[in-house]
Design a protein around this ligand. Structure first.
Ligand code: AMP
Length: 189
């Protein structure tokens, strides 16, 4: 790696399904001029039957597959200065792989934001967006499964970043603008 290459700076947006990660990450991407990388969007582009079936059931895909796809996207030239990650990492193994990737590129984690929304509201939001999202996993039964998986997988990830003093918790039940303002305020600190 040559010294004139920029060191990537990453921002992470965490939250349950329907917490508003995509909306916030996309607004932040415009504000900061770095790409919004959603693991869910990348995986939906895969269009493989086995992948689609797992995603439709609400279960997580294997760490090695997801990590490979996300890190390959981070290697694209438009992400050389950094990116906003939405939906990744979702497991401790993924967080470790991301740590290693950053270390190898002398990159930094600028901040991680957790959009906190109660489980019942997450399910209600997912069911509410079903008509516009056209996603097979946006229905009540799968939404509950996704929220359960999120509640199981997320605490150790949040602990991982909180231990490094990089985690900002934000009340995700506020308006889109209020959440965005708090993220921006958190970046300034
Ligand atoms: P999302 O668009 O973030 O709600 O993700 C939709 C689905 O894609 C999830 O329910 C998983 O099946 C899969 N997925 C997305 N990101 C990950 C990840 N980091 N690890 C494992 N599976 C993922």
């Amino acid at each position: 790696m040559t010294t004139d290459q920029p060191h990537p700076q990453l921002l992470l947006i965490f939250g349950g399904p329907g917490a508003g990660k995509g909306t916030q990450a996309s607004q932040l991407s415009q504000r900061l001029g770095v790409p919004h990388i959603s693991s869910g969007d990348l995986l939906r582009e895969h269009q493989r039957h086995d992948t689609q079936n797992v995603m439709s059931s609400g279960e997580l895909l294997p760490d090695d597959l997801v990590t490979r796809v996300v890190l390959a996207r981070l290697e694209q030239p438009d992400a050389a200065r950094g990116a906003i990650l939405d939906g990744f990492p979702r497991t401790v193994a993924q967080a470790r792989a991301l740590d290693t990737w950053l270390e190898q590129r002398s990159g930094t984690l600028r901040a991680a934001f957790y959009l906190d929304v109660p489980p019942d509201e997450l399910v209600a939001r997912i069911v509410g967006r079903q008509e516009s999202s056209h996603r097979r996993d946006d229905n009540a039964a799968v939404a509950e499964r996704r929220v359960d998986i999120f509640n199981r997988e997320m605490p150790p990830i949040l602990d991982h970043y909180a231990a490094h003093g990089q985690l900002h918790r934000i009340d995700g039940t506020q308006s889109i603008d209020q959440v965005q303002m708090q993220i921006v305020a958190g970046l300034g600190r």
